[in-house]
Write a protein that binds this ligand. Structure first.
Ligand SMILES: [Zn+2]
Length: 319
């Protein structure tokens, strides 16, 4: 009897898969973390790499991050370069056999992707620095910033319609890797896709009621959002993420703000808005705050709550 009971328990453990590790998902952004967590529910573990205060533009791997990567079954990325450090880490480090990488950009048509514009000011500054270097002797091949001047703008996640696309990509991968929990993943994903559709129509009708649609943001994170809802992005304060803009660039920006009669410049909650405040005081316009959802403590509600806060900020500034 004793022996029999032991066998039965072992068999039940094997059948139920209780001994199996839950699916481990690693996201490169808190926004993507919240999408994956909504689908995962209690059936999978979701972690994020960049810490609460360091965004994807400035991220550097620490040994603890590599340990997280080593135990992940799924990596959820945005793609388009903003989390290119993950591509490098995946090439250079050991990962679990069968690891799947899913990106928000997977399956998006190339004509939907926006390019980072090459601004006149930026080319002029580059000419300056080039001539400066050549007079000093051998050009230093490392002396260039690693943010792309050209190429795709990566901030797909701020468009709720692309968020639905990203959630579908995540769902497909989770179902393929963990069919045992597929029903739960599908059910929660369907509910979340509805929630995101509701968010999309809420933003669409609120923005349609706004008197004014012209905005300036801190860094170039909102072109997809603006295109989706018909806002006019007149300019950005930080021409290159995490790089202090040059005086010449700011002069051009002020001229553009005056020409387009922009009434508000949006900073980001994560950044010290001294530069933004000074700029706004100089021109006599308002300061608002839009969250790019690149940093912060991730939670399942993080994405939708952040978008709602942003919508309130837009309504307060532009009505
Ligand atoms: Zn960004």
């Amino acid at each position: 009897m004793f022996l029999f009971r032991g066998c039965l328990i072992l068999t039940l453990v094997a059948l139920s898969g209780a001994a199996a590790e839950p699916l481990r998902i690693l996201a490169t952004l808190p926004a993507l973390h919240s999408w994956a967590a909504k689908v995962a529910g209690p059936d999978a573990v979701v972690e994020t790499l960049p810490s609460a205060s360091v965004g994807p533009h400035d991220f550097q791997f620490r040994p603890s991050d590599l340990r997280r990567l080593a135990r992940a079954n799924v990596v959820v990325m945005n793609g388009l370069g903003v989390d290119g450090w993950m591509d490098k880490a995946l090439r250079n480090n050991s990962t679990k056999p069968g690891l799947r990488v899913v990106t928000v950009a997977d399956g998006l048509k190339s004509q939907w992707i926006l390019e980072v514009p090459e601004l006149e000011v930026r080319s002029a500054d580059k000419e300056d620095s080039r001539s400066g270097r050549s007079s000093g002797g051998r050009p230093d091949e490392h002396d260039h910033h690693d943010h792309a001047d050209h190429g795709p703008n990566p901030h797909l996640w701020l468009d709720p319609v692309f968020a639905r696309h990203g959630v579908s990509n995540i769902l497909q991968t989770m179902v393929a890797l963990d069919p045992e929990h597929a029903d739960g993943y599908r059910r929660r994903a369907a509910a979340y896709l509805d929630e995101l559709e509701g968010l999309d129509s809420e933003i669409r009708s609120a923005v349609a009621r706004l008197q004014d649609r012209r905005i300036v943001t801190f860094h170039d994170a909102f072109p997809y959002f603006c295109r989706r809802y018909g806002l006019e992005l007149v300019g950005v304060v930080e021409e290159v993420p995490s790089v202090e803009p040059s005086p010449r660039y700011l002069t051009e920006l002020v001229a553009a703000i005056r020409k387009s009669k922009v009434r508000v410049v949006f900073s980001e909650p994560q950044f010290h808005p001294r530069l933004v405040r000074r700029l706004a005081e100089d021109i006599g316009i308002k300061v608002g705050e839009l969250d790019v959802l690149e940093t912060g403590t991730p939670s399942p509600g993080f994405y939708v709550e952040g978008q709602r806060r942003n919508l309130k900020a837009l309504e307060a500034a532009l009505r």
